[in-house]
Design a protein around this ligand. Structure first.
Ligand SMILES: CC(=O)SCCNC(=O)CCNC(=O)[C@H](O)C(C)(C)COP(=O)(O)OP(=O)(O)OC[C@H]1O[C@@H](n2cnc3c(N)ncnc32)[C@H](O)[C@@H]1OP(=O)(O)O
Length: 410
């Protein structure tokens, strides 16, 4: 088999994207979604593999800045659109694209790369670790009550047209980015994505409904949701499917949930992607009737261990030497001394000193955003303690106060 790996040309986008769709089963993305993907494609960062005239593999990267513990926005490659044609699988094509892509990311000086995986097993071998989780809820609103904080009544709610909602949602999102590790700050073209609402994706639900929360005329939150009506002999049992909900303060947040709880003819609120520390868990009267589930979400790779570990803050002082194993990106392998001062500012430099902990770059990626504990990875045998007490020191220093979360897929 002779294949050619090269960068995508704009004139080839349709063929390239159709090949991706085929690798995912052959269903076509709705036109509006396809157009949005085309508009955000960064051609110089998009790769294809050709076998003759056929595109047989694809991938690309978006230029993001990712929020990390402490609030810094770190340059990050948002890896996307990974596919290999069924005719060409398990011959190393993905591996060759990952090789090229990580070399490119390094050359661009981006310390981290992130992705959401179609299957969690694929990317560990390339050094990605599952760094954030998402929580899904299905709240039985016939049985569960909501308590709201003071000030909730002062929040005004109103429906918005989609074009007005686009800017409003984006402005709230942008203000929340630094406070939530795992959230990408992205450039123009992304604001429309979460409001794209093709009929084919509604599964019998309404068009997307957009609601804004305001206080004294200032925007303080929003939610976007579909309603799926349903009836049985006993009466209505519609579902509200929340696609997005965010607010700038607790009262606005509670006001949005209270609105959803009170929508007539419905008995369930379903939210598929919420942070694991979502405040709504403390507003409801009965968490057992919320059908809480969790799964992996953002997978993260440290492309430059030193720069990535220096970019975030830590809880309290720290002085530890890590022995890092990284077979796929050997420039990271070896010993690193990570020191942090009482305010959390950090330095991470090469050292020849004896190591306190040994782990692979994948485990560092898993723990990097502070949502997964190094202590728990050590209990699984995936972090080795070489000096007594080192796991506990590292584990508590890496934890983030806020659960890392990817609010919107890419
Ligand atoms: C960020 C994103 O876009 S996620 C989307 C990923 N894409 C998809 O899921 C679409 C459908 N699947 C595919 O297109 C392909 O099967 C891919 C991209 C997942 C894998 O491509 P391939 O070219 O077959 O991978 P490649 O041959 O380089 O495999 C490398 C290794 O990964 C393993 N591997 C590949 N795919 C999988 C998988 N789905 N599950 C588990 N292991 C896998 C291979 O067995 C191989 O292991 P080895 O090194 O021990 O032999």
């Amino acid at each position: 088999m002779t294949t050619e790996l090269r960068v995508l040309q704009p004139s080839e986008w349709n063929q390239w994207f159709s090949s991706l769709e085929l690798a995912f089963g052959g269903s076509q993305e709705p036109a509006e979604q396809r157009e949005q993907y085309r508009s955000v494609t960064e051609y110089e960062r998009s790769i294809g593999i050709w076998d003759g005239d056929d595109v047989v593999a694809t991938t690309g990267a978006f230029t993001f800045r990712l929020a990390v513990p402490g609030g810094a926005l770190v340059p990050a490659a948002g890896v996307t659109m990974v596919s290999v044609a069924s005719t060409h699988r398990r011959r190393g094509l993905l591996t060759s694209m990952m090789r090229r892509q990580l070399d490119d990311v390094r050359a661009l000086g981006e310390p981290i790369a992130v992705l959401t995986a179609s299957e969690p097993e694929i990317y560990g071998r390339f050094g990605y670790g599952a760094a954030t989780r998402q929580m899904s809820l299905a709240i039985d609103t016939d049985r569960v009550r909501l308590s709201v904080p003071e000030g909730t009544d002062e929040v005004r709610l109103r429906y918005a047209r989609k074009d007005e909602a686009v800017d409003a949602c984006e402005s709230v999102y942008a203000r929340l980015v630094p406070g939530r590790p795992g959230t990408p700050a992205h450039g123009p073209g992304w604001e429309r994505k979460s409001l794209i609402d093709p009929e084919s994706s509604r599964a019998g639900g309404s068009a997307l409904q957009c609601l804004l929360a305001e206080r004294d005329g200032e925007l303080v939150g929003y939610t976007n949701y579909h309603i799926k009506p349903d009836w049985d002999n006993a009466g209505p049992k519609g579902r509200i499917v929340v696609s997005d909900l965010a607010a700038l303060d607790p009262a606005a947040y509670a006001a949005l949930w209270r609105f959803l709880f009170a929508i007539d003819l419905t008995s369930t609120i379903e939210a598929r992607n919420r942070p694991t520390d979502d405040a709504v868990l403390h507003l409801v009267s009965d968490v057992r009737r919320c059908d809480i589930r969790q799964r992996d979400s953002l997978h993260l790779r440290l492309v430059d261990v030193g720069a990535a570990l220096e970019a975030r803050t830590y809880r309290g002082p720290l002085d530890l030497v890590f022995e890092v194993e990284d077979a796929f990106c050997p420039w990271n392998a070896g010993r690193w001394r990570l020191t942090a001062d009482a305010k959390g500012g950090a330095s991470c430099k090469r050292t020849e000193d004896a190591a306190d902990l040994a782990l692979s770059v994948r485990e560092l990626g898993t723990a990097y955003l502070g949502g997964e504990s190094l202590g728990s990875l050590a209990l699984a045998g995936r972090v080795r303690e070489l000096r007594a007490g080192a796991v506990a020191e590292a584990s508590s220093a890496f934890v983030s106060d806020v659960a890392p979360w990817l609010p919107r897929g890419f």
